[in-house]
Write a protein that binds this ligand. Structure first.
Ligand code: S3P
Length: 440
């Protein structure tokens, strides 16, 4: 059923709230739990469509998984060599992380697999994973670089040293997961730091991972020991509220139990450079991941040149950051963010189109955007009907522009918001926005 958001203009954000669990960590908890010896208990699991796709793939591969029930999942691990093949295609839905990590994990199995996805995922590049895996000896076929992905068993994978051409945590993770099944050592060298949840979680499962500078190395054949995982709230979901509260006069909001792994906090640094008022409170460690409460108050934002080294550390937050840029005084320039073009949608083109429709001067460039902020105006955006192109983060980014809009926003094609943020309209409304889900 087509669904849309109807968002009334205005609102300020107050109180405290907890956004759903981290998507990256939720995928990995299922995957590593499945490969472990013993039973892994997961709490705080993201009950969103993407992580559920991963769960269903592992069920199809013979893993018993109980839940999710209020964020609680029990994974009955089958051990490194315990997965069972299936003739049926493994459906990753909208989830690029699921497909790319699975390519690595399945490349070293003794059975064949086929990975498929929805329309958006079927357009996304998979060669970046298939190529290094082929160097390890894997037999992987894509449809001219995109899904479906067919994987055939090979006698043995070989460890490699892989210098990644793009800063991608998904590619790094896929190669490391294949490395568990390879002879000898597998090393990945990153061109810039990317999220390190795979490395941290592997260590949590007892795998020895060597990390020096931009290089990550593991030895093949190591077994995983079941553990318990408490998934923090997703900073990528919190980001919508960080921006909304920053741009909505009178806001003062606390976001509880947010994952603040330094490979994910680029959004905090960028917003602070823009003048945002964000306090990191009660920092603590949960499992192997740092967690904190974030207090954000309304602030006058200013345009900046976003330091390119922060781009991979905030890659999923740019749709929301472009909204912040529109509400800043002066010009914001983003460069080095060409990866945005191959996410769930072309996030440079789609955000620029939507912002321009709302009256903002947003110029897309091949690797970023130039936004002329209108921070001096109380109302920065007009009211309009915006196409999200089925991209969850685009839909939520336009929804949180409401505090500075002059009219109603209708955002179309919002069903995929549930991939990462089930319950977004309710939580946003509880915080002080007016977001209603409709079937229009
Ligand atoms: C993710 C890595 C990032 C990010 C995605 C989740 C992960 O993708 O955009 O939402 O969980 O490893 P890339 O590796 O393509 O940068």
């Amino acid at each position: 059923m087509p669904s849309a958001f109807r968002v009334e203009p205005g609102g300020r954000l107050t109180g405290s709230l907890r956004v759903p669990g981290d998507k990256s960590i939720s995928h990995r908890a299922i995957m590593l739990g499945a490969l472990a010896d013993g039973v892994t208990e997961v709490t705080g699991f993201l009950e969103g469509a993407d992580a559920i796709s991963t769960m269903n793939v592992f069920r199809a591969l013979g893993v018993r998984i109980d839940g999710p029930r209020n964020g609680h999942v029990t994974v009955h691990g089958v051990g490194l060599h315990g997965l069972r093949g299936t003739e049926a295609a493994l459906d990753c839905g909208n989830a690029g992380t699921a497909m790319r990590l699975l390519m690595g994990l399945l490349a070293g199995q003794r059975f064949a697999s086929t990975l498929v996805g929805d329309e958006s995922l079927s357009r996304r590049p998979m060669r970046r994973v298939a190529e290094p895996l082929a160097r390890m000896g894997a037999d992987i076929e894509t449809a001219d670089g995109t899904p479906p992905v067919r994987i055939r068993p090979v006698p043995k994978l070989q460890g490699i040293e892989f210098r990644m051409p793009v800063a991608s945590a998904q590619v790094k993770s896929a190669v490391l997961l294949a490395g568990l099944y390879a002879d000898g050592a597998t090393s990945v060298i990153e061109p810039a730091p990317t999220r390190d949840h795979t490395e941290r979680m592997l260590e949590g499962f007892g795998v020895q991972v060597r990390r020096e500078g931009g290089r990550v190395t593991l030895q093949g054949g190591q077994r995983l020991r079941a553990t318990s995982i408490d998934v923090p709230s997703d900073i990528s979901s919190a980001a919508f509220f960080l921006v909304a509260a920053s741009i909505a006069p009178g806001s003062d909001l606390v976001l509880e139990h947010v994952g603040v792994n330094p490979t994910r906090t680029g959004v905090l640094e960028i917003l602070r450079l823009m003048g945002a008022d964000i306090e990191v409170l009660r920092q603590r460690a949960v499992g192997g991941e740092p967690v904190a409460d974030l207090r954000v108050r309304a602030a006058s934002l200013r345009g900046i040149e976003v330091p390119p080294e922060l781009v991979p550390l905030a890659i999923d937050e740019f749709p929301a950051l472009f909204v912040a840029a529109a509400c800043a005084t002066g010009r914001t320039v983003v460069t080095g963010a060409q990866e945005l073009r191959v996410k769930e949608s072309d996030r440079i083109a789609v955000m620029a189109d939507g912002l321009r429709l709302l009256g903002v001067d947003a110029q897309p460039t091949p690797d970023g955007m130039v936004v002329q902020g209108r921070g001096d105006a109380a109302q920065v955006f007009g009211g309009a009907t915006i196409e999200s192109h089925g991209d969850h983060r685009i839909a939520m980014s336009f929804a949180i522009s409401a505090p500075r809009a002059s009219g109603r926003l209708v955002i179309r094609d919002t069903a995929n918001v549930a991939t990462s943020f089930p319950g977004f309209p309710d939580l946003a409304s509880r915080a002080g926005l007016s977001v209603e889900q409709t079937d229009a």
